[in-house]
Ligand binder design. Structure first.
Ligand code: SAM
Length: 357
């Protein structure tokens, strides 16, 4: 049979591509399912690659779910979450085993770098429901997707829903624990500073990590009153409730981690100008330290670019903002009155940017 001309092959290729995109949501939900079943914990505790039958037994699920679990592990391994190890026995009888990868090690509970709470926040029924309204929001007048469903933006919504706020802040804290990994590389950035303000610093995870590494440093965490009002600091870390769009407390340096990308250019300018004002007492010695994404579409590795493009959609829909290229950042920095900036790609898919007045 020769029914596969160019046109036919193209149509079938398109069909396969479309079906893949159509089912991609299942990858996220299978990731969530693996966390709910605590599969990363089970493999970690097993101390070596685990076979399917051992996994089924440890999970205490009915044997009838073996086929699903095999498929789950196969898909997640395909997506880089586990590795499949084949034994050398006779092909027919050999049973594969599964091991953790650098991605699934981040889902083992009780470790310093556990990101399960970030997955729970991002793959929540509430968020998936919200994104069913993308088309409606694009056609409508509301500024953000959340306004289409709830009449308020993200941070107003969180202020009205303390349980959601706690889940959000725990997810952000899990991301901030990664700061520990780069403190050594940041010695030259923090050296010589006596005080720093962590703007939008949430519940203080980053501030505490910085002060542990640099015990002479005093760190003020500025965040919304509903985030910090019940938090108590220590001799190095203090909390201030306020609005970074209005003012930022004075310090030798201002840190803005994963905050500016939530804001459109006009608001970013306000925050950057307030940050410049906050460090003005230190003359040329003051600095603003930003940790955020820099888009570089031409040079990105495929998966990293996809991560940034997905976040870019989230930002546009939920905050009416975007991920920025170096050119876009530069324009903002110069407009806010900074004369010089340096970018260091040391924070995974995000970069460290140091601004000098
Ligand atoms: C995406 S989170 C980042 C939190 C933290 N910097 C981190 O990286 O984990 C943004 C933070 O900005 C805070 N925020 C939002 N609007 C603010 C405002 N007007 N003034 C101060 N903080 C604000 C939020 O409460 C939240 O803690």
């Amino acid at each position: 049979m020769d029914g596969t001309g160019d046109k036919t092959a193209e149509l079938f290729h398109g069909q396969a591509q479309l079906y893949r995109l159509m089912y991609l949501w299942m990858s996220s939900l299978c990731l969530k399912c693996a966390i709910e079943l605590e599969i990363p914990d089970i493999i970690h505790e097993h101390g070596q690659p685990i076979s399917l039958s051992q996994l089924v037994s440890d999970l205490k699920v009915p044997p009838s779910k073996t086929t699903f679990l095999k498929g789950l592990m196969r898909l997640l391994a395909h997506n880089g979450l586990f590795t499949i190890i084949k034994s050398n026995n006779n092909e027919e009888e050999s049973e594969v085993s599964y091991d953790l990868t650098s991605a699934s090690r981040l889902l083992v509970n009780g470790t310093d770098h556990c990101l399960s709470s970030m997955v729970q926040l991002t793959v929540s029924p509430a968020l998936l429901d919200l994104y069913q309204n993308l088309g409606k929001w694009v056609r409508g007048e509301e500024n953000t997707l959340r306004e289409t469903s709830f009449g308020v933006g993200v941070y107003e919504f969180l202020a009205q829903n303390p349980e959601d706020l706690a889940v959000f802040q725990e997810a952000m804290a899990s991301d901030s624990r990664f700061m520990k990994l780069v403190m050594k590389d940041l010695e030259s950035v923090f050296d010589g500073l006596n005080s720093i303000v962590d703007v939008g610093g949430g519940t203080g995870t980053t501030a505490k990590i910085i002060c542990e590494a640099f015990p002479k440093l005093k760190c003020t965490v500025l965040d919304l009153p509903e985030v910090v009002s019940n938090l108590s600091g220590n001799s190095n870390v203090s909390f201030v409730g306020g609005d970074m769009l209005k003012s930022i407390p004075h310090a030798d340096a201002v840190l803005i981690k994963w905050v500016l990308h939530d804001w459109g250019d006009d608001d970013c300018l306000k925050i950057l100008k307030n940050a410049k004002e906050a460090i003005s007492g230190n003359g040329k010695g003051g600095k603003v330290i930003i940790i955020d994404t820099v888009l570089n579409e031409k040079e990105e590795q495929h998966e990293v670019l996809e991560t940034k493009l997905l976040l870019n959609i989230m930002l546009a829909a939920e905050f009416n903002s975007k991920e920025r290229s170096e050119e876009e950042w530069k324009k903002l920095f110069l407009k806010a009155g900074f004369t010089d900036y340096q970018i260091f790609p040391i924070f995974g898919f995000r970069s460290l940017i140091v601004l000098n007045p």
